[in-house]
Write a protein that binds this ligand. Sequence first.
Ligand SMILES: NC(=O)C1=CN([C@@H]2O[C@H](COP(=O)(O)OP(=O)(O)OC[C@H]3O[C@@H](n4cnc5c(N)ncnc54)[C@H](O)[C@@H]3O)[C@@H](O)[C@H]2O)C=CC1
Ligand SMILES: O=C(O)C(=O)COP(=O)(O)O
Length: 630
Amino acid sequence: MAATPISSAANKLTDQSPPLPLHATAARPSAAILSFSNSSISIQKLAISATSRNLSSRSSVVSVLKTARESEQASQPRNSDPEVKSPKPTILVSEKLGGAGLDLLRSYGDVECLYNLSPEDLCAKIGEFDALIVRSGTKVTRQVFEAAKGKLKVVGRAGVGIDNVDLQAATELGCLVVNAPTANTIAAAEHGIALLAGMARNVAQSDASMKAGQWQRNKYVGVSLVGKTLAIMGFGKVGSEVARRAKGLGMHVIAHDPYAPADRARALGVELVSFDQALSTADFVSLHMPLTPTTDKLFNDATFAKMKKGVRIINVARGGVIDEDALVRALDAGIVAQAALDVFTKEPPSKDSKLVQHENVTVTPHLGASTKEAQEGVAVEIAEAVVGALRGELSATAVNAPMVPPEVLSELAPYVNLAEKLGRLGVQLVAGGCGIQSVKVVYGSSRASDNMDTRLLRSMIVKGIIEPISDAHINLVNADFIAKQKGLRISEEKLLVDSSSESPIDSIQVQISNVGSKFESALLDNGNISIEGRVKDGVPHLTRVGAFSVDVSLEGNLILYRQVDQPGMIGTVGTILGESNVNVSFMSVSRTVTRVKAIVAIGVDEAPNKETLKKIGEVPAIEEFVFLDL
Ligand SMILES: NC(=O)C1=CN([C@@H]2O[C@H](COP(=O)(O)OP(=O)(O)OC[C@H]3O[C@@H](n4cnc5c(N)ncnc54)[C@H](O)[C@@H]3O)[C@@H](O)[C@H]2O)C=CC1
Ligand SMILES: O=C(O)C(=O)COP(=O)(O)O
């Protein structure tokens, strides 16, 4: 059933039920507010309670991710006593973390350390926590994110590899994932070198043999490293540090990494080569790429067959990049002479794993990052990232959200608020029953550079458009995903404007295409609903509705109407509002033709009741009006 908008004078309010923010008729509470395209989730039947709840929770979105304290407050009764502090964020640490990191976490939130939780126990507990901190031993699956029921705001991976976290699920459900990408680099590189040297000289095997009472000097003759070719597969942080150390051992180092900058390789005296070239020339192959769908079992029967007979392999990256059965075959066939492995497809591997038991294989139980120094560093690095995220700051180590440098963020902060308000306002101008499919955003800017990062602002516009009419919680993490899922296309354009302003953005215009409006004056000639805003003294302002200039701050509630331009109108409307004790906070009158037409915007502190809105709609000179909750 379509909503009957209050957009024309002929369409007067008749209903006595309480006012609804989005469509003041309220005669049919289950009526459509807005629907998206066929393929998208229909939101026509959304409960009004969700709608009004979302509209009334006016979060000031200076922080782009809803903070833990904010959401605790939202879910609890308001407390007017300023002495009563909001509860601390709750943080679950599911694997051992360095003390300094724990101290930092405890200074900000309530920390619970629960190690060795089963997947079921983790799902049962997770709904109590705002943040979860894991290492590689905890699988943060879709089930975990779903069990969190929106409470979990951030997952901190105390380390580099995030293959144990379902990033897609995290993104869909708006949960930020951060990692600690730098603090264990050296530890991992040193472990790689330890395995390389230990393997070449049979340290582990001869140690075991001696402890078993033997003295086998002939059996454990090793190979030298100097002059040998080492292929680094994945020339990132760890790979580069392994390369640097291997050069010091006199090895000839080559590397394969499709994304590595050539100058970094050159600076270390490392030659970047193709995958096949690396495999066919290396005496030693050391793996340092992440586990991704592309690298999954990248080292398999076919790739081992391309290697030099007698090659030696080191893996401190991820077990999954090797097809372990194929490696056993290659070891048995003598293609691979030896392997030194810190990581396994399944951790811990089964006790009777042929690979682990193979006499030419040296193993360690995922110890790459396990030095005292690295663990303290990682703990602090992840604690800082998680606390920052819980505070609502953008993280420098976000894995599933754009990293916005602090200086860019501080410049954009006032526009973040404006962008969300324009989205909220725009959606309320859409006529009931219309589906939004396409939104165009035009950023007016005096800066010539065209590399403005608009994702932050775009996300907030999406948040403003979608949140009031759905149960989705939208933040920087999931905005693009949810917009796509709902069939909402957002196009962006930058317009170079002549402005002396120092700020990165002069104005933001939001145009909603191919929909009717409940306030026809908001339509441009091309049929698009159009609203434009600017930031003035740090406060978001609405500066244009359709083709009409207005100037009202975007705070609280707004009544927009088109009237015949005649004397006494301000008094008439003011009296109606005054009679129901509604306080006017500001007013802006924009005349198009004197004594013919004017657009009026009135800001009110309280939401007028339905009766009051009805009276305004019945003023004969008012041709159309709309009440908007910002
Ligand atoms: N065993 C352990 O305890 C530790 C393991 N690691 C693992 O080591 C790996 C690397 O870590 P970082 O160097 O810190 O990461 P990084 O992101 O700095 O480097 C990874 C490099 O792999 C490259 N790469 C991606 N796909 C590739 C492909 N198909 N072929 C070749 N190169 C490819 C990337 O371009 C990047 O340069 C990660 O998987 C990480 O989880 C890291 C620390 C400790
Ligand atoms: O940082 C990484 O990627 C690691 O593999 C280290 O894992 P861990 O934290 O020791 O379980």
